[in-house]
Design a protein around this ligand. Structure first.
Ligand SMILES: [Zn+2]
Length: 190
């Protein structure tokens, strides 16, 4: 069976999803991923269902470079509503999540607020609850997403993604960009 057939099979049989993901990471390898996990419980966040999630190593949270991440894949990734075809799935998996993992590996300082900085602030002044740090967090998350979504869009010409999926990614990218603009205009860095 080729990868696409294995993907179709994994859609039908949840018990085959973990092995499908392992075969996929052998055939589409990343130097920045440690392990890939299938999780049978879906996860919803404020923007809707999470399709996949790159989980940085604990050392990455201390801004230590060259740490591989784990990648978690949720059941909705195997539903037509979210990934209409195999290239949609690959776009999320390889172009978006591998990109996050690469950034966590190479530039943890640019994309996280290190725990070494957060913990003393939190213990001392509970600054974590203040507005400015929340804004920093928000900006960090939006800019991180903006870059990963742009990476997907740039690679659409090499994939055969569905129109529905490409439109969704382009819309998400625009939302990220306008959110960043809004934050920058309302809270200019001092
Ligand atoms: Zn992302």
């Amino acid at each position: 069976m080729n990868l696409e057939d294995l993907f179709e099979n994994a859609k039908l049989y949840p018990s085959s999803r973990q092995s499908f993901l392992e075969i996929l990471t052998i055939q589409e390898p990343s130097n920045y991923i440690n392990r890939v996990f299938y999780t049978s419980q879906d996860k919803k966040m404020h923007l809707g269902y999470v399709l996949m999630q790159t989980e940085p190593n604990i050392k990455t949270k201390f801004a230590i470079k060259k740490q591989k991440s784990n990648l978690r894949v949720f059941p909705v990734s195997f539903e037509k509503e979210f990934h209409e075809n195999f290239d949609d799935f690959l776009s999320t998996f390889c172009d978006h999540e591998y990109f996050h993992a690469m950034e966590f590996y190479k530039n943890p300082n640019d994309i996280i607020i290190p725990l070494t900085k957060l913990i003393p602030l939190y213990l001392k002044e509970k600054i974590i609850k203040t507005y400015s740090l929340q804004i920093d967090f928000l900006k960090l998350i939006y800019t991180r997403e903006e870059r990963a979504l742009k990476k997907q869009i740039d690679n659409f010409e090499n994939r055969n993604c569905s129109n529905q999926y490409m439109q969704k990614i382009k819309t998400d990218w625009q939302i990220c960009k306008s959110s960043i603009d809004k934050i920058n205009s309302q809270f200019p860095k001092i």
